[in-house]
Design a protein around this ligand. Structure first.
Ligand SMILES: [Zn+2]
Length: 345
């Protein structure tokens, strides 16, 4: 290859960075533990609708806006649908949602219409989906009741390439290889993939020394060691983006930038676990602000899917991603030490 070609090749590589190929959610070899709203079945709410001639539609929408209780929480439903005219399939009429059934009775409704000199074809009471669909599965299952507004949006979905998944598998595999009947936990820096702490369950020595708590304690000890007697956290939260610019000595001492650390103890870190953690451990992970948790085997007392979904609880101020059943097929024959069976893991 000539020098010129080499330069061209280099510049074309620079201008077109290779886009990573992310796998679709269905292709992941594990599942995300999501808020119950993503898994809920159809719940219905009754509403009044009215059949109208197309030319009456505007008057009826205006009347509904001025005189009827507002349609709160039903933005996911289209306001109007087209229906074949009773007894005449070739023509159509429109059906318009008026208001929720529990907000008004039919007599009042009919009076409002007659007082305003609007005579619709027919009032109806019909069921609608109470909640907006959050995924295609819900949309497909619920749309038969009434047309819904829905567009799949995967922008906020977690992203995994095949290599990312191999990395996740390597961490979990290592934990099982070295666990020896214990529960094991590992905390990893997601940008460098450096293992920051790895601990087993030591509750035989102390009832609170679960693997997760031991791991978080190790991180705290590392911070203490790194930052001297003050023991203060020095890590900046933007470190987790892989952009080191703001964490240089110059940047942290610049008066134009905040010098106080903004990270919590485990801000942005990934956590790998052989088993689903208990509520105490789940809360400890939440308080230390981890970014993602991967575990293999669900636990009877688990708080990331089995009994609670602490990571997505609406009343808590930090939410993070949890993935379960990592290498589950391979590891389901794993036997816990008898002392740990039926304990809160
Ligand atoms: Zn625990």
């Amino acid at each position: 290859m000539t020098e010129t070609n080499g330069k061209q090749a280099a510049s074309s590589t620079q201008s077109k960075p290779v886009k990573p190929t992310y796998l679709h959610r269905e292709e992941w070899p594990f599942q995300e533990v999501m808020d119950d709203a993503y898994e809920r079945e159809l719940e219905i709410i009754q509403v009044f609708t009215v059949y109208v001639e197309p030319k009456q539609t505007n008057d009826i929408l205006k009347l509904a806006q001025k005189k009827l209780p507002p349609l709160e929480g039903l933005d996911h439903c289209k306001r109007i649908r087209r229906q074949p005219k009773p007894g005449n399939d070739k023509e159509y009429i429109l059906e318009v949602i008026l208001c929720k059934k529990d907000r008004i009775d039919q007599e009042q409704l009919e009076k409002i219409f007659s007082d305003n000199n609007i005579i619709p074809i027919q009032f109806n009471i019909i069921p609608l989906s109470k909640h907006a669909p959050l995924n295609t599965k819900q949309y497909e299952a619920w749309k038969h009741l009434w047309p819904l507004n829905y567009r799949e949006d995967t922008r906020l979905d977690p992203k995994f390439t095949k290599e990312d998944i191999m990395t996740v598998h390597e961490h979990i595999q290592h934990l099982f290889n070295t666990a020896e009947g214990s529960v094991k936990c590992r905390i990893v820096h997601p940008v460098t993939n450096k293992v920051l702490s790895e601990e087993s369950d030591h509750r035989s020595r102390h009832p609170l020394h679960h693997a997760v708590i031991n791991c978080i304690n190790s991180i705290a000890a590392l911070e203490f060691e790194a930052n001297g007697k003050r023991g203060r956290l020095k890590r900046m939260s933007n470190e987790m983006t892989g952009n080191e610019d703001d964490s240089t000595e110059e940047a942290t001492t610049s008066p134009a930038k905040p010098t106080a650390p903004t990270a919590y103890l485990c801000t942005g870190y990934d956590v790998y676990l052989t088993h689903e953690p208990c509520a105490m451990c789940a809360m400890a992970l939440l308080h230390s602000r981890v970014a993602r948790v991967f575990y293999s085997i669900p636990s009877k007392t688990g708080a990331f899917g089995t009994n609670y979904k602490i990571h997505s609880h609406h009343s808590l101020n930090h939410h993070f991603r949890v993935f379960k059943n990592v290498l589950y097929e391979d590891m389901q024959s794993y036997r816990l030490h008898p002392a740990l069976i039926d304990q809160e893991l």
